[in-house]
Ligand binder design. Structure first.
Ligand SMILES: [Zn+2]
Length: 110
């Protein structure tokens, strides 16, 4: 019966890992200001953007997760384990916590 319980332990661990992978792994990652500056500089290099400052910072749960450049470019830090996540971040780029996703969806219907 020892083997049985080992098997169950294995499957349980696998299930927990899968759960983490699909739900936790896609959550926003907080940025420190060094990362932010570096990422912004990279954006300016890559796009030829000439903005002299950031338009705003994007925050979630009181942590900075990205920024909005003066040129309109928005960046949010995520662990990109799956490439599907990349499409989401355009529509999620609201810096004000008061803009819930519900409100955004309602606006689109009108
Ligand atoms: Zn820019």
């Amino acid at each position: 019966m020892l083997l049985d319980s080992l098997m169950w332990g294995f499957w349980l661990a696998l299930a927990v890992y899968c759960f983490w992978y699909f739900f936790k792994a896609k959550t926003f990652q907080p940025l420190n200001l060094d990362d932010l500056a570096l990422t912004w500089r990279l954006h300016k290099q890559q796009t030829g953007c000439t903005a002299s400052r950031l338009h705003s910072l994007l925050a979630r749960n009181n942590e900075v997760v990205g920024f909005k450049c003066e040129c309109g470019h928005e960046f949010q830090q995520k662990r990109l384990i799956t490439q599907k996540v990349r499409k989401l971040h355009v529509s999620l780029g609201y810096s004000e916590p008061s803009y819930s996703l519900k409100a955004v969806k309602l606006e689109e219907k009108h």
